[in-house]
Design a protein around this ligand. Structure first.
Ligand code: NAD
Length: 493
């Protein structure tokens, strides 16, 4: 575990020498003191990134050369898969197999953007056809400059890769500020890029608190682009800070995503996808399908199976074999989720399953997989993101009723539909006001496909070629090719 910041290719102590504790959420033990970066460190990191962008080799390399470094990063991550996954479990609490999955996805993300970097050499410019024959015009894409990335704690290394990999592929330089709840693997990424031969200053990693390190990064005049994943209130602050200097911003925020299950669905498949949609990663997933809508005639039977199977989910330390549900990430998050369940009860929700600390687990931020029913449509638990293993289920009457309820949200990140009727699935998929739609499943995420939300779930898209575009400027180059004078200025006689 590292106790230095990674700035300008060097491991440096924070300017003010501060630290913050890293707590293992399964044991509540302090496992490390991480370096607490502040405004001074952000300033040094942005200066290093600026210099690397303006004068360094990275931006001037070919796409193939950048791609080669990204591939090395991917290979080193894979070679260190188990130790990175272990750090992720200690830091975040997630079960080891899920952490291994995250690390593999992270390596896959760097490999994917290596491919896109290489492709940039094949299509360096696009010719534009003009209606005016005396002119020719072409378009080139260029790196946007210094990017600032601020990320959350639910997928610590993976969320870093969604921003770092496309930014590096584009030829940008970056300052990364991980969440103070999960700084461990992001710091390892510093060692990984160092080993892969990334030039100094191209990626700088400053751990620290939101107000002390995140805010100065979002306000820094030397940053050209801000990429943020996190909560809506912080996203609003980032956007306000960016507005001052007209910084380019992309935001991936929260959600309260619906999962509409029609009566013709296979009940066992529905139960598995509903559980995966809300209990994977302890429900701390921005796209979690936390509102489940079940057609009236299936509702009683499905509820019975869902409650029965959810009660069998094995809860424990993520490092233990066969654990399916680990602890929530922190005491703060744990208290927030418990308070939401209590609030739900006062609003009329019925706890159909779970809702409390599991028996025998006295330490750690553990919570049973929780199923709430009968909550009013305008209740807190039905409308607000809980970000824990808590699913709210309501019956619906028909397709129109289901779509109305599904779209009745200020969020629009994801939505899912299950039915054997393909035409109905397509219809409902089209009717959802959400950026990510799953048919007959919930949550599988692919690096190749765009990721992001409608409404208050964010602005812009990550992943795929859309993710690369976040870090590219568009420049038109137009030539006047005629030997004739332009003719605006007529010389006086
Ligand atoms: P958060 O907004 O509290 O923190 C996110 C990051 O912002 C952290 O690194 C934090 O230190 C930093 N930060 C906090 N205050 C700041 C400020 N004033 N200025 C600059 N930076 C600041 O969110 P969180 O609790 O870490 O994450 C949970 C939220 O993230 C949930 O709402 C979830 O839905 C969302 N999320 C969204 C996606 C997505 O892809 N849309 C993915 C993961 C998480």
């Amino acid at each position: 575990m590292r106790d230095r910041l990674f700035i300008d290719g060097k491991w440096q102590a924070p300017a003010k020498g501060g630290t913050f504790p890293v707590i293992n959420p399964a044991t509540e033990e302090v496992v490390h003191q991480a370096p607490a970066g502040t405004r001074e460190d952000i300033d040094a990191a942005v200066k290093a990134a600026r210099l690397a962008f303006d004068k360094g080799p990275w931006t001037r390399l070919s796409g193939k050369e950048r791609g080669a470094v990204l591939r090395r990063i991917s290979e080193i991550i894979l070679a260190r898969k188990l130790d990175l996954a272990r750090l992720e479990v200690i830091d975040n609490g997630k079960p080891m197999p899920e952490a291994v999955w995250d690390v593999e996805d992270t390596a896959g993300c760097f490999a994917f953007y290596a491919g896109l970097a290489e492709e940039m050499d094949d299509n360096p410019e696009e010719t534009i056809t003009l209606a005016e024959p005396r002119f020719s015009s072409k378009v080139v894409r260029e790196p946007i400059g210094v990017a600032g990335a601020i990320i959350p704690w639910n997928y610590p290394l993976l969320m870093a890769s969604w921003k770092v990999a496309p930014a590096l592929a584009a030829g940008c330089t970056m300052v990364l500020k991980p969440s103070e709840l999960t700084p461990l693997t992001a710091l390892e990424l510093g060692a990984i890029v160092e080993e892969a031969g990334l030039p100094a200053g191209v990626l700088n990693i400053v751990t620290g608190l939101g107000a002390e390190a995140g805010q100065p990064l979002s306000e820094h005049p030397g940053v050209d682009k801000l990429a943020f994943t996190g909560s809506v209130p912080t996203g609003a602050k980032i956007m306000a800070a960016a507005a001052r200097d007209i910084k380019n911003v992309s935001l991936e925020l929260g959600g309260k995503s619906p999962f509409v299950v029609f009566a013709d669905s296979d009940i066992e498949k529905a139960v598995e996808w509903i559980m995966f949609g809300i209990f994977w990663n302890q429900g701390q997933v921005c796209s979690a399908t936390s509102r489940v809508l079940v057609e009236d005639s299936l509702y009683p039977a499905l509820m019975e199976r869902l409650v029965a199977e959810s009660a069998k989910i094995r809860i424990g330390n993520g490092l233990e074999d066969r654990t399916l549900l680990g602890p929530l990430v922190s005491k703060g998050q744990y208290d927030k989720v418990l308070a939401a369940i209590e609030r739900g009860k006062t609003e009329g929700a019925v706890v159909a399953g779970g809702g409390k600390r599991p028996a025998g687990l006295d330490k750690g931020y553990f919570l049973e997989p929780t199923i709430l029913t009968d909550m009013p449509e305008d209740s807190f638990v039905w409308t607000e993101e809980i970000f824990g293993p808590v699913v709210c289920v309501r019956p619906f009457k028909d397709e129109v009723d289901a779509i109305r309820m599904a779209n009745d949200s200020r969020f629009g990140l994801a939505a899912a539909v299950m039915s054997k009727d393909k035409a109905r699935c397509e219809r409902v998929a089209k009717a959802f006001r959400a950026g990510i739609v799953w048919i007959n499943c919930s949550q599988p995420t692919f690096t190749e496909a765009p990721w992001g939300g409608y409404k208050q779930s964010g602005i812009g898209r990550e992943l795929g070629r859309w993710g690369l575009s976040n870090y590219l400027e568009t420049k038109q180059i137009t030539s006047f090719n005629s030997e004739e004078p332009w003719g605006w200025y007529i010389k006086p006689a």
